[in-house]
Design a protein around this ligand. Sequence first.
Ligand code: GDG
Length: 522
Amino acid sequence: MASSEIPVPTVVNPWTKQSLLELITTRMQDVKFIVVSNREPYIHKRAGGQIRCVQPASGLASALDPVMRACGGTWVAHGSGDADREVTGRSGRIKVPLESPSYTLRRVWLTKEQEQEYYYGLANEGLWPLCHVAFHRPHFIQKTWDAYRQVNQLFADVVLEEAAGDPAFVFIQDYHFGLLPRMLKNHAPNLYVAQFWHIPWPNRETFRAFPWKEELLDGMLGNDLLGFHLRYHCANFLDTVDRNVEARIEHEHSEVTHGGKTTMVRPFPISIDFEWHESMARSPEMDNMMEFWRKEIGAVPECLGIGIDRVDYTKGIPERLQALDMFFENHPEYRGRVGFAQVGVPSRTQISDYRQLNDDIESQTARLNEKWGRGDWVPIHLFRGEYSRTQLTALHRLADFCMVSPLHDGMNLVAKEFVASRFDDHGVLILSSFAGSARELTDALLVNPFSIDEMADAVFRAVSMPTAEATRRMQRLRAATAENNIYRWAGKILLALLKIESSAPEPEPVPNWEWEGVSVPF
Ligand code: GDG
């Protein structure tokens, strides 16, 4: 059957904010809910003599904020904004979001040196390239691992303080906290600990290069539940454990037992609040916002492509620009008619490779515009900066196609946000088959981002696609995203945790810790 003949599936009972709330109010009344991540969902920054509260460009923060708004509870995170301390009480706690406070943000203060070694060093120059396998050499330096251990312990102290001896669900986010689960479980067995690893897990051969394998894996096996986006990442993890630590692995149940403790390893593909994105796209303020982009772009071309990314070497931005170059080379009939707007939010600019990447993208854009531009037609518009969610949604609305071409990505939410914004069923998604989202968004034009020819060809297919085919594809993409939304992701994780909790033996009595100011020895 041709792809355009496959019927659009209807969305049956999707998870909603309401159903998640019901789950929480009926099943989680007696437990605290604590989320831990490095990145905070709201950052207070000084700008022009004023303090602004901004939401960072982060997939993790975008995904979890709606869940926390629904659940309440406490989110423990690094207070990284230059005005964070001024607006936060002595306790380090602040209610967010400011316009409708629904949960507590507990800020953890790190020294510049800790941030440098643990965050930029071990997490982002070690684990990030190791797990992405994007042909970028990871750096493993002992002092960064020492800082990683130290910061994990600092967060453990804060979480134990927030739990205050009560039973709690602790939901840890990402690769910054591989040691935290074990630290928590060793001292508070009445905590139910889950971790979601937002980036890929590499195969065991790649992981061989990591110098502190056993300690990291032992830390992660402190979890009751460990989630990855894809089954493939779970299988890689189990295989890595099999090779490196003394453990019993039950592949059939996807469980590991290590040191007498069992960890469930499960795939939970993350997503977005589909309805929220769609209603924003339909809101009256969109007209003004679209006007904003029309002015920024100048003469909007007949056909507009967009890309929205943190500037990161895993996102494949230079490769995308090369593909556009080849497209203009191969299809002179589209010169002057197709334009591309790339939003690139600077990210991790303390790391020199990231600064270099920003410079490279800028000079590549300048070369391309010099080569192809004529009259008032500018082929590539580069917007380097951070934009509001409303502005990004307006850009989605203006686009005829969206290119999401990471060399490797755990999921990639931009692809899903684009689809959610297109209530008009217009627009073509070009998506890397190395993004986790490609497993669900099979009606996108799937490409190998390492093949410039293939991507250039996909651009041609996108701009020349018959409207009926584009519409059918978009309808199916939207149905898939509406069904697998962020509430489903959170609901499935909570249900798995509740299952673990209900089958747990009666807990041992918990020792009465002195919480204030005491560093719990690990
Ligand atoms: C990790 C994994 C996984 C972009 N520009 C701005 C802005 N954004 C928002 C996007 C989107 C988010 O940032 C980026 O999401 P990605 O999914 O691309 O992810 P990463 O930050 O690399 O995150 C990734 C994700 O975790 C979730 O598990 O999907 O695979 O690498 O929401 O819209 N947001 C704002 N201004 C911008 O200029 N406010």
